[in-house]
Ligand binder design. Structure first.
Ligand code: AMP
Ligand code: GLY
Length: 430
């Protein structure tokens, strides 16, 4: 099938800005639009800020009205609300799973059942809908132990409890979190794994798949991986801790079995399967599935792809992935993304704080926008917790870090906060 000429990207974060950049770089020069977008995306393509990412009927109408031939969905919420199903009903192809596939992210219990059913390595777990039963279980399963809300919780649904008291408090809080009238909320209590984490992003099309370059996220707000969890404060690629031999093992023990399990469950998955993996002393184990690209992993993975990204996503959506994936080349350079956040994030933070970006940049260094907007005077201002992602590509990770941090230091914004140690784990290993 010929490549689509008109594409709608759904979302408003750094991930979507990176996706837009890669799509407009396609040699076929497609027309790209974005909803709702952000200030950075709007400087590259036409955005529709009034059509929110969870407005399913609005997005379908927009796609139809604009003559869109292909929709690329960034975030998990529209996927789980059935955006891709609704688009399919209108004959509009999309990259991203239908609601049935998105449940692999939207329900951690559903995923755990699949992992255990197909013997894919993961922490042992039990499910509860009653706080007293959970408390009784915790007495015979000592801390550290992990409590997870079943549903989507924007990164706030997992507590790694260091004491039984903390675990019980978390179990009660997470059981209350998703409690909706009529539906019982459930939690998962699972064994605590130790090791380094890695994000394996896989482009999936039925039983075919392509593993994207490895990366590592930095989830905690503070240097040295301290403080509360966030959406991700920075990333780098490749994650050298995943050696070629280890990647082959991950493919054999986790990726191939996961893709087959999903297909065997009758799910026609065409999109990104993002597998969060803990590299434990007993081997790699699955922490979670996400059904979309990672943020900020995407900002470091896409610059390393030396390929027509549009052709790759289109092939996954239309069933031609095996052939197109054979031609994908990966650049040998290292990529880094340092997230510049609003001071206070992931707690409360002010918005509408002016931002001044530097006038010049080191080579292969870019500012990706996440939570940015224009105020009434047209000035660039903060509009979210994660504001920007400074991304650099260089022959070594050390050089990439130097370039990205030089830009971070020059960004002017009164509420600027970023970690100083993105990539340090890998740099210190050398
Ligand atoms: P998840 O959303 O399931 O990936 O969990 C978010 C974060 O919680 C992960 O990135 C890990 O840092 C941590 N986590 C999740 N499950 C476990 C586990 N079984 N053992 C230790 N840490 C975990
Ligand atoms: N960076 C983690 C995520 O996208 O969920």
């Amino acid at each position: 099938m010929p490549l689509p000429k008109s594409i709608l990207v759904v979302g408003s974060g750094g991930r979507e800005h990176a996706i837009v950049k890669s799509l407009i770089a396609s040699p076929t020069r497609p027309r790209v639009i974005c909803a709702p977008g952000n200030a950075g995306i709007a400087s590259e393509v036409c955005c529709f800020p009034d059509v929110a990412a969870d407005n399913i009927s609005g997005l379908v109408e927009l796609a139809a009205r604009e003559g869109t031939g292909f929709v690329v969905v960034g975030p998990e919420v529209p996927l789980s609300l059935g955006l891709v199903d609704a688009l399919a009903a209108r004959g509009i192809p999309a990259y991203g799973p239908k609601a049935g596939g998105a449940r692999l992210e939207a329900s951690k219990i559903h995923t755990k059942e699949i992992l255990l059913k197909y013997n894919i390595p993961t922490a042992g777990a039990a499910t509860f809908d009653n706080a007293d039963d959970a408390a009784a279980y915790l007495l015979s399963h000592p801390a550290p132990i992990v409590i997870k809300a079943d549903g989507l919780a924007a990164g706030k649904g997992v507590v790694v409890a260091q004491t039984t008291a903390e675990a019980e408090t978390a179990a009660r809080a997470l059981l209350a979190l998703n409690a909706s009238p009529g539906a019982k909320s459930r939690i998962l209590i699972e064994a605590c794994l130790t090791g380094e984490e890695t994000s394996i992003l896989v482009i999936v099309s039925g039983r075919d798949y392509y593993i994207l370059p490895t990366s590592q996220d930095h989830k905690r707000i503070g240097d040295g991986d301290t403080g509360p969890n966030t959406g991700g404060m920075g990333a780098y690629s490749p994650a050298e801790v995943v050696t070629p031999a280890l990647l082959a093992r991950i493919d054999r023990e986790i990726v191939r079995p996961s893709v087959n399990a999903i297909a065997s469950e009758g799910i026609d998955f065409r999109g990104t399967l993002f597998i969060g993996i803990m590299l434990t002393p007993d081997g790699p184990q699955v922490l979670e599935y996400n059904t979309r690209f990672g943020d900020p992993e995407t900002q470091v993975v896409l610059p390393r792809l030396d390929t027509d990204f549009l052709a790759l996503l289109w092939a996954a959506a239309t069933g031609n992935l095996a052939e197109v994936a054979r031609d994908v080349r990966v650049r040998p350079e290292s990529a880094i993304c340092v997230v510049v956040a609003s001071k206070g994030y992931p707690g409360k933070f002010p918005k509408n704080i002016p931002i001044t970006l530097p006038g010049t940049f080191p080579p292969q260094t870019t500012v990706i926008h996440a939570g940015t907007a224009r105020d009434a005077e047209g000035r660039l201002v903060t509009a979210g917790g994660r504001v920007l992602g400074v991304t650099a590509l260089a022959p070594t990770l050390a050089e990439a870090a130097q370039r990205a941090y030089a830009v971070c230091d020059e960004i002017e914004c009164d509420t600027k906060y970023h970690r100083r140690d993105i990539g340090a784990r890998q740099l210190n290993r050398k």
